[in-house]
Design a protein around this ligand. Structure first.
Ligand code: ADP
Ligand code: MG
Length: 292
């Protein structure tokens, strides 16, 4: 493409809220044949709300929420924020916290009122040998509804479960259908569990899911696709997504997401709308064929 057509193309894209970092990105984007989308904040609105609280026999709801809230208060994870918001609405007092530890991809660990608290995934409970076999059915039911369920333990014993639900962006399904119509494969990648991921993917027509990816694993998954010869665009909003955005042939950051994601990406999609993915590819095509 000529410098003039690149300038014109960048300008038209910008009007649609698609900001290419450089002319070379506008030139490369039309080669994309695989789009990997993050789940939370990309396919969904990214503002999960607390929907379910389940307590172990003999455990008091308010006590449970107080322990969970105290541990999560120290976490910067969006899930923690949703849990805290829900708990604060119940006017529950939080407690003294020591030894807080974020366990990326798993949950949190802390000492609250001298008691050992864990909140997080099934894998986290397995790691600490906490028996949750009797509540797995309940957890699976919540996950099949597309909710993210997190288990809490106190002093090595199952204490209860909280679940949050996120809403899907109104435009996600249509945007993914457009990409499919263009012959592009769409894959959803998430740290969340398989069942929740598949429930969300199904609602937007995504057929392939890579779930339970640890934060440091997202970039490796992109590399694996590239090793198969695919030209990969990664679309994400989170700090976790930044390495994958950088490794992908084209990284697209959601404008409402974190600065870290935008710095790592080649394109910023100002509108959270996933239709911008197809628009960016079409813009690139038009620029390369010089059609106005
Ligand atoms: P993502 O942001 O893509 O959902 P993460 O890798 O950050 O993935 O987290 C994976 C899973 O680990 C979450 O779905 C949740 O079950 C658990 N988890 C992460 N952080 C927390 C937290 N602060 N509290 C409880 N669970 C958490
Ligand atoms: Mg996200």
């Amino acid at each position: 493409a000529t410098p003039t057509s690149i300038m014109a193309g960048s300008g038209r894209a910008a009007e649609l809220g698609i900001l290419f970092k450089g002319g070379e990105h506008l030139e490369q984007t039309h080669h994309i044949n695989t789009v990997v989308v993050d789940k939370t904040g990309t396919v969904t609105n990214g503002k999960p709300v607390l929907t379910d609280v389940i307590v172990a026999d003999g455990m008091n709801v308010r006590v449970l929420l107080s322990f969970i809230g105290s541990a999560e208060k120290q976490s910067e994870h969006p899930l923690a924020e949703s849990i805290i918001k829900g708990i604060e609405q119940e006017c529950i007092k939080l407690r003294e916290v020591r030894d807080f530890e974020a366990l990326p991809g798993y949950g949190v660990k802390a000492t609250v009122n001298q008691r050992a608290i864990l909140v997080g995934t099934k894998k986290l409970m397995d790691k600490y040998q906490i028996d949750i076999s009797h509540v797995l059915g309940t957890m699976e039911k919540l996950e099949a509804e597309g909710k993210t369920a997190m288990i809490a333990s106190i002093d090595g014993e199952y204490a209860g479960m909280v679940a949050v639900a996120d809403t899907i962006k109104d435009t996600s399904q249509q945007a993914i259908e457009r990409l499919h119509d263009m012959g592009i494969e769409v894959i959803m990648m998430t740290g969340d569990n398989e069942r929740t991921a598949h429930a969300i993917a199904e609602q937007v027509g995504i057929k392939r899911v890579i779930a339970e990816v640890l934060p440091e694993g997202k970039a490796d998954e992109v590399k694996k696709l590239q090793a198969l010869g695919k030209k990969v665009a990664m679309v994400g909003d989170g700090i976790n997504d930044a390495p994958a955005l950088a490794v992908a042939d084209i990284g697209m950051a959601i404008g409402t997401g974190t600065d870290v994601a935008m710095e790592a990406a080649d394109i910023t999609l100002i509108r959270g709308d996933l239709n911008s993915i197809a628009d960016a590819i079409i813009m690139s095509h038009k620029t390369m064929t010089n059609i106005r």
